[in-house]
Ligand binder design. Structure first.
Ligand SMILES: [Ca+2]
Ligand SMILES: [Ca+2]
Length: 363
């Protein structure tokens, strides 16, 4: 199946302000001001669980966007060389898929591979087992391989070098069983090893320090790491009143958000509230999204449909919050990455079935 969207839908709210009443398509005179743009890159027509930006298709230049759907479908969304967006369905899995990550899991194959997690069969709410799938493009096209099944839904996945005694990347998965597992490639396929236990259910995971940080429904950020024993250690780094749902890290910092509508930056000196909304948050991104400000910015999105960027002002004393995009229904995930012709983009997906891409331009 192949979808094409030659007509781009430009929704940039800030563009309306910048474009002299939006009547003119001409760009305003250069002012050095930052303008946020928004496009719908793809509409799957079904709820989308998660998305990632990575170079997973070696036959196309640069990075692509991979998204997973409630139907078990996995789609690739990409920039066409002539402009505009294209898309392709690359897998049809038997259960609802929740999240997807990418990394170099096969050193013998160019580019990155995808790993998707969700329900082994049927929907997220049916209470059945969870499954993890590797999806990759080889010489014969796209393939999907089930590499692990847990007793309950798998909701969290990330790729990193988690096993100190072994070179290369592994996959960490976690979910509603209250356990995380490391999946490693072996001669006969994939092995699950290095289990850690924690309170509550895992919703999201990110590589952190020499292990992974997991956001749980118990409101905790838990660091799981290899301590040379059969069972990994699990250390609570931070705790919040409501369940946590999405997490990312950069350096010594962890960015986490959840059901309380709060986005927290957890560092060595404790945690700081960066943003609050009235509804659930489902996005945690750290990236250099604003080239007019030094350093990184923080982004989130959630059930309000808003996509929000938070920058720290002079001396990090204040937060500067900008709503840079909006979707028509609840957003379930937010990712960032580089795309040809767009620079660093934010990619949101969720209940609307749409893949919404936001990026900034300095005019
Ligand atoms: Ca590519
Ligand atoms: Ca910046």
């Amino acid at each position: 199946m192949r979808h094409r969207h030659p007509a781009l839908l430009c929704l940039a709210a800030t563009l309306v302000v910048a474009c002299d009443g939006a009547r003119s398509a001409k760009r305003p005179a250069a002012t050095g001001a930052l303008t946020w743009m928004e496009e719908v890159a793809f509409d799957a027509g079904v709820k989308l669980g998660g998305c990632v930006v990575a170079d997973v298709d070696p036959t196309r230049p640069g990075n692509e966007i991979a998204v997973v759907a409630s139907t078990g479908a996995v789609f690739l969304v990409y920039r066409e060389p002539t402009g505009g967006w294209g898309s392709e369905q690359i897998a049809e899995l038997p259960g609802e898929m929740i999240q997807i990550a990418a990394g170099d899991l096969d050193p013998g194959s160019p580019g990155d591979e995808l790993v998707a997690v969700g329900a082994a069969r049927g929907g997220e709410d049916e209470g059945g087992p969870g499954a993890a799938w590797i999806i990759a493009r080889g010489a014969d096209g796209w393939s999907a391989t089930k590499v692990f099944e847990d007793v309950a839904l798998l909701h969290a996945v990330c790729v990193g070098d988690f096993l100190s005694r072994r070179a290369g990347a592994e996959v960490l998965v976690a979910g509603y069983s209250g356990k995380s597992w490391v999946l490693r490639r072996s001669t006969g396929g994939w092995d699950a090893t290095s289990m850690a236990r924690f309170e509550g259910q895992a919703k999201s995971a990110t590589p952190f320090r020499d292990g992974a940080a997991i956001a749980t429904t118990a409101g905790q950020v838990v660091l799981v790491r290899d301590v040379g024993a059969a069972e990994w250690s699990a250390t609570v780094l931070a705790g919040f009143e409501s369940g946590q749902a999405r997490i990312t890290s950069r350096g010594a910092d962890v960015l986490v958000c959840g059901n309380g509508g709060e986005l927290h930056l957890v560092g060595v000196d404790g945690s700081r509230l960066l943003h609050r909304e009235d509804d659930r948050l489902r996005g945690a991104v750290i990236a250099d999204l604003d080239p007019t400000r030094a350093g990184v910015e923080y982004a989130t999105a959630g059930y309000s449909g808003d996509i929000t960027v938070v920058a720290l002002g002079p001396g990090d004393a204040e937060t500067v919050t900008t709503v840079v995009g909006h979707d028509t229904d609840r957003i379930h995930h937010l990712a960032a990455g580089e795309l040809a012709g767009r620079g660093t983009v934010l990619v949101a997906c969720g209940y609307s079935g749409r893949v919404v891409v936001c990026w900034s331009e300095v005019w």
